[in-house]
Design a protein around this ligand. Structure first.
Ligand code: COA
Length: 367
């Protein structure tokens, strides 16, 4: 029997920090209100050339380094994001090219803040079926590029960042144990970017109407979130027959400390069983769960053998949870340095573009 283990992890956040005091100079708000109502103190924001793909590449290289896995050994890359570089090509393909994952199929997954759970589940299923050996799963967002910085109802919440896991096949029991995925499209309007898709293609009018910004009914999303977090956690544990007491850490989507507290009450667990870092990053959407997991793994709170639940909710509406036994890198004889392949990946990418240009010159363009 094949199991899917989390063997590598990495994260990347931009250096630029936006504090609540900074925000109070931009909209009518203040540090006390934001901390009190959300728990957020500051968030990281991309600047200049930083994008969803550049954050994803950084997080991925760290995850590959930790797993000691050569980029060319990856079979599948799933990038969960709601803020892709383009409608197409997929951000996952840009990552594939930049890290030199020459063998990997790559696609994006759109399930908003729940996306990372869905993506890990899809990758784990592919591994367990025997179809693939190694997967790279990324959650990456640059929500700051889609936020209306005049809307105090949303701009205080979101931040940018990326987290990545490497998943690998092994006959050793453990790894991803169970998952549940849920959706309710009837609530789609409560958290939405209206413009830029096929319903409202970008025009001067859509931009003037602000349809390219995040729109949210905060109270409705809040009510939904507090309902589903505990429920999804229980469901995924039921599937695998594990008791809550056997779970070392619950790693929730980092949207609002009051939502996490409601989940804790619903599960009758103390808050110190939850990994929380939203005070420093805000809501980084699909990146929030992997970033929180990476921090816990790096500072030693998360140890091999620990059982964890990842649980999230978001636009769609979507929600889900995943139970796992933390593994860590698989034993390996050779030492791999994924960063070194970045230069080769760059050269390879340029060569492929040159070949395509020459082909175009020989065969003619568009004829
Ligand atoms: N600063 C100061 N005051 C603010 C404010 C801000 N940034 N935003 C709203 N207010 C005011 C409101 O205008 C309102 O004032 P009023 O009573 O005079 O009308 C008051 O604060 C309460 O507003 P309300 O919207 O009821 O606040 P809240 O406690 O529900 O908090 C959210 C608002 C957005 C923080 C909260 O609803 C939330 O976190 N929702 C979930 C959002 C989420 O997680 N989205 C992502 C999902 S992945």
């Amino acid at each position: 029997m094949t199991f899917a283990h989390i063997t590598g992890w990495g994260m990347s956040v931009p250096e630029t920090i936006l504090t609540n005091d900074d925000l109070s100079k931009m909209v009518e708000t203040n540090d006390e209100w934001i901390r009190d109502r959300t728990g957020i103190r500051e968030r990281h924001i991309v600047r200049g050339g930083q994008t969803t793909a550049s954050l994803a590449v950084e997080a991925s290289l760290k995850a590959l380094q930790r797993a000691n896995l050569h980029p060319a050994d990856i079979d599948l890359i799933i990038c969960s994001t709601s803020t892709p570089e383009h409608i197409f090509p997929a951000t996952a393909c840009l990552v594939q090219d930049r890290i030199g994952a020459t063998k990997a199929g790559a696609f994006d997954l759109s399930a908003a803040c729940t996306g990372f759970i869905f993506a890990v589940n899809m990758a784990a299923q592919s591994i367990r079926s025997g179809a693939i050996q190694n997967a790279l799963v990324i959650g990456s967002e640059t929500l700051s590029r889609f936020v209306d910085w005049h809307d105090r109802g949303t701009c205080i919440l979101f931040g940018d960042g990326a987290g990545a896991f490497v998943l690998q096949a092994s006959d050793m029991p453990g790894g991803i144990l169970s998952a549940v995925m849920h959706s309710d499209g009837s609530g789609g309007d409560s958290l939405i970017i209206q413009g830029g898709g096929s319903k409202h293609p970008t025009t001067e009018a859509t931009v003037q109407a602000g349809k390219h910004f995040i729109e949210m009914d905060g109270n409705e999303v809040f009510r939904f979130a507090t309902r589903v977090m505990a429920q999804a956690t229980r469901e995924t544990l039921e599937i695998v027959g594990i008791q809550l007491d056997d779970i070392k850490w619950i790693i929730p989507h980092q949207a609002n400390i009051r939502i996490i507290a409601a989940a804790a009450r619903g599960l009758k667990l103390p808050m110190d069983r939850f990994i929380v870092n939203l005070d420093r990053y805000g809501n980084t959407s699909t990146a929030s769960i992997p970033i929180a997991t990476v921090e816990a793994a790096e500072d030693g709170r998360l140890q091999p053998g620990d059982r964890i639940v990842l649980v999230g909710f978001g636009a769609g509406l979507t929600w889900g949870a995943l139970a796992a036994e933390w593994t860590g890198p698989l034993p390996s004889e050779r030492k791999v340095y994924p960063r070194r392949y970045r230069l080769w990946a760059r050269i390879r990418s340029i060569l492929l573009r040159v070949v395509r240009f020459i082909e175009g010159a020989i065969w003619g363009r568009g004829s």
